[in-house]
Ligand binder design. Structure first.
Ligand code: KG4
Ligand code: ZN
Length: 333
């Protein structure tokens, strides 16, 4: 039996997971509440909180899986992409533990792990499939050829879609993380025609910064006419922003599916927790006769179970890292 401990510390969640022969046995996540009062993730505070949380979270993950460190066969960690200071905490911890236990070290690409979250539970997609990976830092259409063989065929040229959610939420005075708030309020609103632009690049790439600016100007203009505009229309504003962002994502995934002639379509990353995106993808799947794969909520946002799943496949191929490995804030596949 192969037992792997995986650690995730790329942003503001400290997480540890144990996987045994490809089955996730525990997935502990300590969410750092401290960032809420700042309206966004403060990198230095994130590193500090990881330092405080990492040992208790790891201990709890081992306890829940009913194993001790002595039984482990490998230690996996997120090498990147992410906040460097945050990644250093997880990397240094993983290296030290692997060194002391004299077992292999496995580095994991966080974005690849978001995609591999689809192999934690049934139903699992078949290769090749397309994965729309949408998070706070990335917006990618990934052509997944095999567990560890992936190609980004579309990406954002500026802001990530999660960032667009979070930044517009901030403009509206909503708390962090804004995506969750917009999702909640949008459920009570009606999509309006505010004349927001539909930015459409000719290839499979995305651009969200224009929309963000358009929303800012729209709000300012409306507030000049009625200072209570946001307050009185918050639900409709959220529904409209969410609709506009999701329409863009759907247009591109349709284009990618047609171009690649693939009907296995998955979504992953923090924004895949969005209720409207989940609903629209399901409807689109029925309409287009695609097989749609939507992760469980706990595997959408950052978690170590997806790191553990990726580590399982790397262990099978004996792809190990050496002790000089260092984290990377930017990291391609
Ligand atoms: O994958 P993730 O946890 O961290 C990164 O790797 O970035 O994604 C976080 C992003 C944030 O931008 C957050 O606002 C967004 O996911 N998010 C959502 C929802 N839940 C999380 N966006 C829209 N609707 C949601 N329900
Ligand atoms: Zn993530």
């Amino acid at each position: 039996m192969t037992k792997i401990l995986a650690i995730e510390s790329s942003c503001d969640e400290t997480s540890a997971s144990v996987i045994i022969d490809g089955h996730v046995k525990s997935n502990l996540i300590a969410t750092q509440e401290i960032h809420r009062s700042y309206g966004g993730v403060v990198p230095e505070l994130a590193s500090r909180a990881h330092q405080q949380n990492i040992v208790p979270v790891v201990m709890e993950a081992l306890k829940k899986a009913q194993i001790t460190t002595k039984e482990l066969d490998a230690i996996a960690f997120t090498r990147g992409p992410g906040l460097l200071g945050a990644l250093i905490v997880g990397t240094a911890f993983a290296k030290s533990l692997a060194l002391s236990l004299e077992i292999p070290l496995i580095e994991i690409n966080h974005m690849q792990a978001h995609v591999l979250a689809h192999f934690i539970d049934e139903p699992k997609p078949k290769f090749p499939f397309l994965c729309l990976t949408v998070s706070g830092g990335h917006t990618q259409i990934v052509l997944v050829k095999d567990y560890l063989e992936m190609e980004v065929i579309g990406t954002t040229q500026d802001d990530a879609v999660g960032e667009a959610f979070d930044k517009t939420a901030k403009m509206l005075g909503l708390p962090y993380p804004g995506g969750v708030e917009i999702d909640k309020l949008a459920q009570k609103g009606i999509v309006q025609d505010y004349g927001l632009p539909k930015v459409d690049l000719p290839n499979l790439d995305f651009s969200f910064s224009g929309l963000k600016t358009a929303i800012l100007y729209f709000i300012r203009k409306q507030e000049q006419k009625n200072p209570n505009f946001i307050k009185e229309n918050i639900n409709d504003i959220c529904a409209t922003i969410q609709h506009t962002l999701i329409e863009t994502l759907l247009r591109k995934i349709i284009q990618a599916a047609r171009q690649q002639n693939i009907n296995q379509i998955a979504i992953a990353g923090g924004v895949s927790a969005n209720s409207e995106l989940r609903k629209r993808m399901t409807e689109l799947g029925k309409e287009k006769k695609w097989d749609i794969f939507i992760p469980k909520m706990e595997y959408c946002t950052d978690n170590a179970a997806m790191i553990a799943m990726a580590a399982h496949y790397k262990f099978l191929k004996q792809e190990f890292s050496n002790q000089t490995v260092a984290p990377l804030s930017r990291m391609s596949f």
